[in-house]
Design a protein around this ligand. Structure first.
Ligand code: ATP
Ligand code: MG
Length: 272
C-alpha cells in the first residue's frame, strides 16, 4: 500500500473512531435528557389542565355582577400564568428539537435510509451548529426535491464540515476587518431528475487557485494545529464518494468567497 494510502486509511480510521466515540456519548446524553424531558412535559400538561379547571371554577364562582372586580383581578393573574406556561412550552419544544437533532446526528451507523428529506438533515445540522452560525448572516434556499437514499448522519457530517469551514473562514476575515458582515448561504435543489445538489457558499476570502486541488488531501490545512487537522474535507469527500456522488469547489459568483458543491444521486444502487 502506498504511504499516502496508509496515512489516509489511518486518519480515516482515527476519525471514524473519534466519531463513533462522540456518537456513543451523544446517544447516551440524548437518552438521559429524554427522560426528564418527558416528565417535565407531562407535568406541564397536567399543570395546564389544572389551571384551566381552576380558571373555569373561578369564573363560575364570580358570575355575580358584584364580583366583577374580583373576576377581573383573577383574570389578570390567569393571563400571566398562561403566558408563563406558553414560555415553558416554547422552551420545552426547543430542548426537544435539539435533543432529537443530536440523537439523529449521533447515529454513526452504516445504514442507508431509503427516504431521507435533505431539508431535515440541513435543519438538524443547523441546530447543532447554531452557536457558530448565529455570528453570521445565514440564509438558505431549498427547492422541493424528492427524498434521497443516504446515510443521514454521514450526510449531516458532510454539511457540518462545510458549514464549519465557512464559519472558520468568516471568523478569520472578521478578525482582520471588525466591521465585516459574514454571509453563508446553503442551497438544495434538483440538478437533474436523478441528482440533487447541495451548495454551501460564503463571502470569506475564498480558496486560492493554487491550493484548490490540495484541500481534499488528508492533513492539508491552512489553520493552526489547534484549529484544524485538515481532515474535514477528506472525510467529506470519502462519504460523498461512498454515496456515488461528487464534491467540488469553486469561487462563489454570488457571495465572493468559496462555494462547495455536492451532487448526490437520488437513488443509490446497492452494489458498490
Ligand atoms: N469555506 C472555505 N473558505 C476558505 N477556505 C476553506 C473553506 N473550506 C475549506 N477551506 C480550506 O481548505 C482547508 C482544508 O479544509 P478541511 O475541512 O479539510 O480541514 P480544516 O478545516 O483545516 O481542519 P478540520 O476540518 O480537520 O478541522 C482549510 O484549512 C482551508 O484552507
Ligand atoms: Mg474543516
Amino acid at each position: 500500500m502506498p504511504d499516502d494510502e496508509i496515512i489516509l486509511t489511518t486518519s480515516q480510521f482515527l476519525q471514524v473512531e473519534k466519531l463513533s466515540l462522540l456518537g456513543a456519548m451523544l446517544a447516551g446524553i440524548t437518552h438521559e435528557i429524554n427522560n426528564p424531558l418527558n416528565y417535565v412535559s407531562m407535568a406541564k400538561d397536567s399543570l395546564k389542565d389544572e389551571l384551566k379547571d381552576l380558571d373555569k371554577t373561578l369564573q363560575i364562582l364570580t358570575e355575580d355582577p358584584e364580583a366583577e372586580e374580583i373576576r377581573i383581578k383573577f383574570q389578570q393573574k390567569f393571563d400571566k400564568l398562561y403566558t408563563l406556561l406558553s414560555d415553558i412550552e416554547m422552551g420545552l419544544m426547543k430542548v426537544s428539537t435539539i435533543n432529537s437533532s443530536m440523537r439523529n446526528y449521533s447515529r454513526f451507523d452504516q445504514l442507508i435510509d431509503e427516504n431521507v428529506a435533505l431539508k431535515e438533515i440541513l435543519e438538524e445540522t443547523e441546530i447543532i451548529l447554531a452557536n457558530k452560525l448565529k455570528r453570521f448572516t445565514y440564509s438558505k434556499y431549498i427547492d422541493s426535491i424528492p427524498a434521497v437514499a443516504c446515510n443521514r448522519s454521514q450526510i449531516s457530517q458532510v454539511i457540518a464540515n462545510l458549514l464549519t469551514n465557512a464559519c472558520d473562514s468568516l471568523t478569520e476575515k472578521k478578525g482582520k476587518e471588525s466591521s465585516f458582515n459574514g454571509q453563508i448561504r446553503a442551497k438544495i435543489f434538483l440538478l437533474r431528475e436523478d441528482i440533487v445538489r447541495i451548495q454551501v457558499e460564503d463571502n470569506g476570502d475564498g480558496i486560492k487557485l493554487e491550493i484548490r486541488d490540495k484541500i481534499f488531501e488528508p492533513f492539508f490545512t491552512t489553520k493552526s494545529k489547534s484549529d484544524g487537522m485538515g481532515l474535514g474535507l477528506t472525510i467529506s469527500m470519502n462519504i460523498v464518494k461512498n454515496h456515488k456522488g461528487n464534491i467540488s469547489v469553486s469561487h462563489s459568483e454570488d457571495l465572493g468567497g468559496a462555494k462547495f458543491i455536492i451532487d448526490l444521486p437520488v437513488r443509490l444502487t446497492q452494489e458498490k
